[in-house]
Design a binder for this molecule. Structure first.
Ligand code: ZN
Length: 129
């Protein structure tokens, strides 16, 4: 894994690019593949609120559409409210590709918490299982 402080810096860079004019809640995500390639995501809101997409899913979709499907780490930062736990939809999308994913949450002061995806979503829906 890259140095955690480097990954936090990259998550903050992604966070700065969030489009969040409605909530002002900015989220950055760095998805690291098993071979070390990184994909950044930031949340993109919409005036039709239900069309908003989370930073985590944007990072996953960028990776998958670049041909990557095996992930090792996801680092998530936000602009406040403590640790940025991923929503259920993002956890489900992540479980599709990497049930063994490590998720690292970063609070406003760069404190971290680490979880396995299975800890946050122990019973993911996986077709044919
Ligand atoms: Zn989400």
């Amino acid at each position: 894994m890259d140095n955690i402080s480097d990954l936090i810096k990259r998550a903050r860079e992604a966070q700065a690019k969030a489009y969040a004019p409605y909530s002002n809640f900015r989220v950055g995500a760095v998805l690291v593949t098993k071979d070390g390639t990184t994909f950044l995501g930031s949340n993109v809101e919409n005036s039709s609120y239900g069309l908003t997409v989370c930073a985590e899913r944007i990072a996953v979709f960028k990776a998958v559409t670049s041909g990557e499907k095996e992930f090792a780490y996801l680092v998530i930062s936000s602009s406040g409210m403590g640790y940025p736990y991923p929503c259920g939809a993002c956890l489900q999308v992540l479980a599709e590709f990497s049930p063994e994913l490590k998720i690292i949450l970063v609070d406003e002061a760069d404190n971290i918490k680490k979880y396995w995806l299975k800890e946050l979503l122990p019973k993911a829906f996986l077709f044919n299982q």
